[in-house]
Design a protein around this ligand. Structure first.
Ligand code: FES
Length: 181
C-alpha cells in the first residue's frame, strides 16, 4: 500500500496504516473490508466526508461511487457532520406499538430539530434506527453507545437534561481552567 497519494490530503500516520492494513488482511478481498475501514475513519474523524471516500477508494482500489453507496446505505455511517451526542430512536414494529412516535415528537420539540437534523449548538443529532434488540422494554433509544429503555416523557426529559448539564459542566470546567492559565 502506498503512503502518499496526490489525490488525497488526509494525514494518516504509521499507526493508522497499520490498523488499515490489519483490517484489509483480515478479508479475502478489498470489497469485504469497506465497512470496517469506514468505521475506522468515522471513529477518527466523526463522519465520512467526500475526501475520506476518495482516500478509501485509493487505498482499496475500489471506485469511490461503490464506497459511497455502502457508506450511504448503512445508517451507522454518517455522511455529514453529527452532534456530540447521536440519538438513535428505534422505529421498528414493537417500538411502533409502544408509541415511539410520542417520544420522538417530544424529543423533536425539546431539542427544536426534526429527525435527521442536528441542533444548532451541535450537541445532538436525531436519527432513526432499526430494532435495537430491547423490544421487551420498548420504546428504546440509544445515545452514542448507551441504551435507554422503557421510555416515558419524564424519563426522556431527565436523560436529555443530564446530557445538557453534563456538557455545560465540561464547558464551564474548560473555561475556568483556561482562565487559570
Ligand atoms: S422494535 Fe424497538 S427495540 Fe426492538
Amino acid at each position: 500500500m502506498k503512503k502518499k497519494n496526490n489525490n488525497v490530503n488526509l494525514y494518516l500516520d504509521k499507526k493508522d496504516y497499520k490498523i488499515i492494513n490489519n483490517i484489509i488482511n483480515n478479508y479475502e478481498c478489498n470489497n469485504a473490508a469497506i465497512i470496517e475501514i469506514l468505521i475506522f475513519f468515522q471513529k477518527k474523524y466523526g463522519w465520512i466526508s467526500n475526501k475520506i471516500i476518495t482516500n478509501i477508494s485509493n487505498i482499496l482500489k475500489i471506485h469511490p461511487s461503490e464506497i459511497d453507496s455502502i457508506a450511504t446505505f448503512y445508517s451507522q455511517i454518517f455522511r455529514s457532520p453529527v452532534g456530540k451526542y447521536v440519538i438513535k430512536y428505534c422505529d421498528s414494529i414493537v417500538c411502533y406499538i409502544t408509541k415511539y412516535k410520542k417520544i420522538l415528537k417530544h424529543i423533536e420539540q425539546k431539542l427544536k430539530i426534526k429527525s435527521g437534523e442536528t441542533t444548532s449548538d451541535k450537541l445532538f443529532t436525531l436519527i432513526p434506527i432499526c430494532c435495537l434488540g430491547h423490544c421487551e422494554n420498548s420504546p428504546v433509544i440509544m445515545i452514542n453507545k448507551k441504551i435507554y429503555t422503557s421510555l416515558s416523557i419524564n424519563y426522556i426529559n431527565q436523560i436529555l437534561d443530564n446530557y445538557i448539564n453534563e456538557n455545560y459542566k465540561t464547558k464551564s470546567k474548560n473555561t475556568s481552567s483556561n482562565m487559570a492559565c
